[in-house]
Design a protein around this ligand. Structure first.
Ligand code: ADP
Ligand code: TRP
Length: 342
């Protein structure tokens, strides 16, 4: 007599949840790749991952981006994440705006967030100082980011150094919600690299490499999609100094930035790198960094072209990503609505 096998219980994903996001506000640069995206890729098999294109965050300064560009760059950013090695079989990739629960949750969380906490954010102060009309969205930007994270009760948020303050705020908001209502949200932890968490501008090593600066200054950033010529030009004209010091601890900021890029992209130890470049001058460091960057970016650019040639594939990935993310975020939102009395 044959026995009926009991159906296998559906295996719940017990891995910790990771969520991160990237704004589609310009061309992705090597700082984004090193500080954030490569970290997402490296840890992909260890966690239950969600990565979003933060296209609603890109609306906070509406004068800075037109609708057509926003739409185009959002897709390009999604394609680039896949080209960098984010695997839709391992990770949920989605457009933030496709999951309406983020904005809904952001409203509830904004009601738990004292304005003073938001006014203290350095990114807000810097951006507000440069913006003629400061929207309330620019102020509440970190609350939307908190909603992105808490909608999935993420344990870890892999980001570059500049986002640490927003992450601390996310923890504070989660804690305040838990205090006001019920201990519901786990407190998310930031996940950063030990080195390469803040890549500086090639033309100005005192400022972080950023997408917005790259739009107005050509030698500022190494774009992930830059041509070999542009990469070479940008690195060869990077700001250094008049000496030849290539030890990490004592090098000037510009040289240390080049060394750090070399370190993260090569996987070599600092000792190995210092030995390699000792007494050879900055020209050698720059030339070998050009080679390394090109070797890193070439396969990414090739995959990006393949993905761009297959728009249906990207549509499918984003549609599936949105569906999975929506389902999970809706569950959290239902709990939260219940908890707050809606
Ligand atoms: P940007 O500031 O250039 O507009 P985003 O705000 O979209 O970039 O950042 C996406 C991710 O890349 C974030 O995790 C951010 O911390 C990281 N990141 C941005 N710039 C750098 C940098 N210069 N070095 C390291 N990581 C960075
Ligand atoms: N604000 C982040 C940045 O500018 C991007 C982002 C949006 C994000 N939502 C997020 C990062 C959620 C981590 C988690 O870099």
């Amino acid at each position: 007599m044959s026995t009926m096998l009991a159906p296998e219980p559906v295996k719940a994903d017990t891995r910790k949840v990771v969520l991160s996001g990237i704004q589609p506000t310009g061309k992705m640069h090597i700082g984004n790749y090193v500080g954030a995206v490569s970290l997402w890729v490296q840890n992909q098999t260890r966690y239950d991952n969600l990565f979003c294109i933060a296209n609603m965050h890109a609306l906070t300064i509406p004068e800075a981006i037109n609708p057509k560009t926003l739409r185009q760059q959002s897709r390009e950013t999604a394609a680039l994440l896949l080209a960098c090695g984010i695997d839709p079989q391992q990770s949920i990739v989605f457009m933030q705006s496709d999951v309406a629960a983020h904005a809904y949750l952001a409203w509830i969380l904004s009601c738990c967030t004292p304005v003073g906490w938001l006014e203290r954010m350095t990114q807000y102060k810097t951006k507000a100082a440069k913006t003629e009309v400061v929207s309330s969205g620019l102020l509440t930007y970190p609350v939307l980011q908190t909603a992105d994270i808490l909608a999935y009760k993420a344990a870890y948020v892999p980001v570059g150094d500049d986002q640490k303050q927003h992450l601390e705020l996310a923890r504070d908001v989660a804690e305040r919600f838990n205090h006001l209502y019920e201990a519901y949200f786990p407190l998310p932890d930031v996940l950063t690299r030990t080195s390469g968490t803040r890549i500086m501008g090639m033309d100005d090593p005192s400022a972080k490499m950023s997408k917005s600066t790259a739009q107005t200054r050509s030698g500022h950033a190494i774009g992930v999609l830059d041509t070999l010529d542009v990469i070479r030009k940008t690195i060869m004209s990077a700001v250094t100094d008049t000496g030849n010091e290539t030890r990490f601890e004592v090098a000037s900021a510009g040289v240390r930035n080049l060394l750090t890029l070399y370190e993260v992209l090569s996987g070599e130890t600092r000792d190995q790198i210092e030995t390699r470049f000792a007494g050879r001058g900055y020209g050698a460091l720059k030339r070998e960094l050009v080679e390394l960057v090109v070797r890193t970016l070439e396969p990414i650019q090739a995959r990006f072209r393949e993905i761009s040639d297959a728009p249906e594939y990207l549509n499918d990935v984003l549609a599936q990503g949105a569906e999975c993310a929506r389902e999970r975020a809706e569950r959290t939102l239902a709990d939260v609505r219940q908890l707050v009395g809606l």
